[in-house]
Design a binder for this molecule. Structure first.
Ligand SMILES: [Zn+2]
Ligand SMILES: [Zn+2]
Length: 94
């Protein structure tokens, strides 16, 4: 059973990953559970420096202007198998 702290989707089929809130300090970084597309998306939208300096909490990531459009889209889909390419465009695999 996974739950994503960003899009708040959850369910037994939702693949989740651990995101290190401070990517350059993995050993001491807090981690949050995010789904695969959110994880891909946040690394496409933010540099490690931005993550460390400004977006080092789930609340900051959820509230980021850059995430708004993406989050409203993903919250509206029931699909769990979604791939996100590194240009930041979200694409449905099926
Ligand atoms: Zn998510
Ligand atoms: Zn990550």
């Amino acid at each position: 059973m996974g739950e994503c702290v960003l899009c708040r989707r959850h369910g037994p089929d939702l693949p989740t990953e651990r995101h290190h809130l401070r990517p350059e300090r993995r050993a001491e970084s807090p981690v949050v559970e995010v789904c695969s597309p959110c994880h891909d998306q946040l690394h496409a939208l933010f540099t490690n420096e931005e993550l460390r300096e400004r977006f080092d909490s789930a609340a900051a990531l959820r509230g980021a202007d850059r995430m708004t459009e993406y989050l409203s889209w993903i919250r509206g889909t029931k699909k769990t198998d979604i791939s996100v390419d590194t240009s930041g465009h979200v694409r449905d695999r099926r």
